[in-house]
Design a binder for this molecule. Structure first.
Ligand code: NAD
Length: 368
């Protein structure tokens, strides 16, 4: 991907503190809709190109979610496995100090790889403004990850999209890849309906039972034994065999590149809801769509997390978060599915068109 194009990035700020050993940068891609929002990752190999790609993804995701946020992302070059907590704190604080000139006015940080609640606390306290990041601990106004905002959004996206695939949610069968923060909550909320959860996977494998899996029992087994394959009643298969399951809906909620081009022929699903990020490359998504599978794209379905961040940013609580995630995800999914149906295009394309239009409408720097 070319680093500079008609949309941005507007600003790249590099920060360096040799005394502390901190080096990092923020890529503020586009702020037409509001301050750039996106996580901070800490890895030894993080590069500006990688961060730019992620920042651009945030520009479209925030626009499609209809939030007053632009797109941005930041990186700290450090190996979190090789430094202790105190050293990490010093580095994060030096990074926060360096970014003060743009944060929170043009950049709002969030957790990403090796950066979680405590790191956000250090960042916010050093910055001095609680609006400088989201994903903070509860006592600083944070909305915990454990509330399951992303899974809640994926679930609502699935409900709205199902009729577009000709499915009745009370008669459909569902398979979920991954039983972590996202997958768990999708399964939990789906229990409110009569659809049958026939397969769930995690890194230990797939548990498949065409008569249906009981969520409560599955959750207990996962908590106590650490793996869904310990469920007992059903067939156990390798993780990747989730793709062979005979179910109407697949929810992806674990690894990138789950579906490869060579897998498309074997899929029997009528709809795939992308709870995880990039479960397949765009070309594979197109192949699936050509085969007649309704594809609900990641930047539409899994925006619950960033909507929750917006609620935290504006000082809202749990109740407001669930309300806003439900409203926005339902509305945006309906809009994308309707446009995709009318135009006969891949839902990702319909979603991109909406996101680009929203950015262009307010953009002062974009080249039309
Ligand atoms: P998590 O770490 O809580 O859970 C991941 C789950 O995937 C675990 O159950 C793990 O056992 C399972 N897993 C690992 N390898 C697997 C494999 N080969 N096959 C099947 N399962 C496997 O992660 P999460 O927060 O649930 O995130 C899942 C995906 O959703 C990621 O792609 C993440 O980027 C994306 N996502 C998460 C959020 C969020 O708020 N949590 C927001 C947007 C996107």
């Amino acid at each position: 991907m070319e680093m500079f194009d008609e949309f941005g990035p507007e600003k790249i700020l590099e920060v360096y503190n040799p005394k502390v050993g901190m080096r990092g940068f923020v890529v503020i891609d586009n702020t037409s809709l509001g301050p750039g929002k996106g996580g901070t990752r800490m890895t030894p190999s993080v590069s500006k190109e990688e961060v730019f790609r992620l920042a651009r993804t945030m520009t479209w995701k925030n626009a499609l979610a209809d939030l007053p946020f632009g797109g941005a992302k930041s990186g700290i070059i450090a190996d979190s496995k090789k430094i202790d907590r105190e050293k990490k704190k010093t580095i994060v604080e030096a990074f926060a100090e360096g970014l003060k000139v743009v944060s929170p006015s043009q950049y709002i940080a969030a957790p990403d790889m090796n950066m979680a609640e405590e790191e956000m606390k250090w960042y916010a306290e050093k910055n001095g403004d609680m609006k400088s990041c989201t994903g903070k601990p509860k006592d600083l106004g944070g909305l915990p990850h454990e509330l399951g905002s992303t899974g809640f959004g994926v679930y609502h996206s699935l409900l709205v999209a199902a009729p577009y695939a000709g499915l009745d949610i009370d008669k459909a069968t569902v398979a979920i890849e991954g039983f972590g923060n996202v997958g768990w909550f999708v399964a939990k909320f789906l229990k409110e309906h009569k659809c049958k959860l026939v397969a769930v996977s995690d890194s230990s494998g797939v548990i498949y039972n065409k008569k249906g899996l009981d969520f409560k029992k599955l959750a207990k087994v996962k908590k106590e034994k650490g793996k869904v394959t310990a469920y007992g009643e059903g067939e156990v298969m390798p993780s990747n065999d989730i793709l062979d399951v005979d179910a109407d809906i697949l929810v992806t909620a674990a690894i990138p590149d789950l579906v490869k081009g060579s897998d498309v022929d074997r899929l029997k699903f009528k709809m795939i809801v992308e709870g995880s990020n990039i479960p397949m490359i765009e070309a594979v998504e197109r192949e699936c769509f050509k085969k007649g599978i309704l594809m609900v794209p990641d930047f539409l379905a899994n925006a619950g997390g960033v909507i929750s961040s917006y609620v935290e940013y504006t000082g809202g609580g749990e109740e407001e978060m669930f309300k806003m995630v439900e409203e926005k995800i339902k509305k945006n999914t309906e809009m994308v599915m309707k446009a995709a149906k009318e135009k006969g295009v891949l839902p990702r394309d319909a979603g991109m068109e909406i996101a680009v239009e929203r950015v262009m409408e307010k953009c002062k720097v974009c080249r039309v």
